[in-house]
Design a protein around this ligand. Structure first.
Ligand code: BV8
Ligand code: ZN
Length: 242
């Protein structure tokens, strides 16, 4: 237990309000591929080429095949000790912890997190491109080109694609949590995608103690108080252990 580690445990325990931001790295040990890691490609495509309204307009079938593949993969994954540790920390914080995630896999909720802020949506929710109807759809496989039950319109994943705005209420909740946090945890994100990547800076400017958990160095490096180098599934359970 290094002095740094002890300091983080103390600051986390003392903080009345904690904000957490997670990225694909928190689900890596569940077997969900990250975006920019070695397993980040699908049929040679990067997420930035598929998760866009243009890609969906040009070839909805290919985009749905990518999501169907991810849904099938995620359906077989389980929350890992990192998700469970964050759910335990939330219970212990008694309402003082807000979990914000960039992930669309739904694993935080499955691990028991009460009301995660899903900045980029959720892969198990679909939205009708014609009538806008939102629905949960857990079919695996999902028929490729799924149709709306109400109007027959083409469904799309209820996910924020590159170039699309985040839902204002969702972003406001995330910004509010990081601006009022006394401690902030940034776990398993490469800090590349905005506006999620700016949340840590908001907390820092508001005087919070900011900690990053990642096995690799990231652009956050110089701007956090402590970087705990390691896997989320190993570091978080030790941080949260009673
Ligand atoms: C918007 C849904 C515009 C898809 C996603 C130039 C500069 C700044 C911004 C931009 C720019 N050019 C374009 C933009 C805007 C763009 C953007 O940020 N692009 C990036 C690529 C530069 N952003 C947008 O378009 C956003 N919208 O800006 O709106 C606008 C503004 C005003 C008005 C109108 C419009 C929308 C962004 C949302 C895109 N959707 N996801 C889907 O999932 O199907 S983003 C996608 O990347 C995922 O959500 C993912 O979560 C996210 C970020 O990736 P990470 O989570 O960080 O994952 P990554 O693989 O990168 O990293 C994994 C990390 O884990 C690594 O650091 C690794 O070391 C670590 N790790 C690995 N194993 C472990 C681990 N950590 C811990 N434990 C382990 N075991
Ligand atoms: Zn419809």
């Amino acid at each position: 237990m290094t002095a740094e580690f002890e300091q983080v445990r103390e600051r986390l325990a003392a903080a009345r309000r904690v904000a957490v931001l997670t990225g694909a790295g928190v689900s890596a040990e569940s077997g969900v591929p990250t975006f920019r890691g070695p397993d980040g490609l699908w049929r040679g495509f990067r997420a930035e080429e598929l998760a866009t309204p243009e890609a969906f307009a040009a070839d909805p079938k290919r985009v749905w095949e990518w999501y169907d593949w991810r849904r099938g993969l995620i359906a077989a994954c389980r929350p890992n000790p990192a998700h469970e540790a964050l759910a335990a920390l939330e219970r212990r914080a008694g309402g003082g912890l807000t979990l914000v995630t960039q992930n669309v896999d739904g694993l935080h909720a499955r691990a028991g997190s009460g009301d995660p802020v899903e900045l980029h949506g959720n892969i198990w929710r679909v939205r009708c491109t014609a009538c806008g109807r939102l629905a949960e759809d857990r079919r695996v496989p999902i028929p490729i080109l799924p149709r709306c039950g109400a109007c027959g319109g083409l469904l799309r994943p209820h996910i924020v694609w590159f170039g699309e705005s985040l839902e204002a209420a969702v972003l406001e909740r995330a910004v509010g949590a990081f601006e009022s946090a006394e401690a902030a945890l940034i776990v398993g994100t490469s800090g590349v995608v905005h506006p999620a990547a700016s949340l840590a800076g908001l907390a820092k400017r508001a005087g919070a103690f900011v900690v990053e958990v990642n096995p690799e160095p990231t652009p956050y490096g110089g701007r956090v108080d402590v970087t705990l180098e390691g896997k989320a599934g190993e570091v978080l359970p030790r941080l949260v252990a009673a």
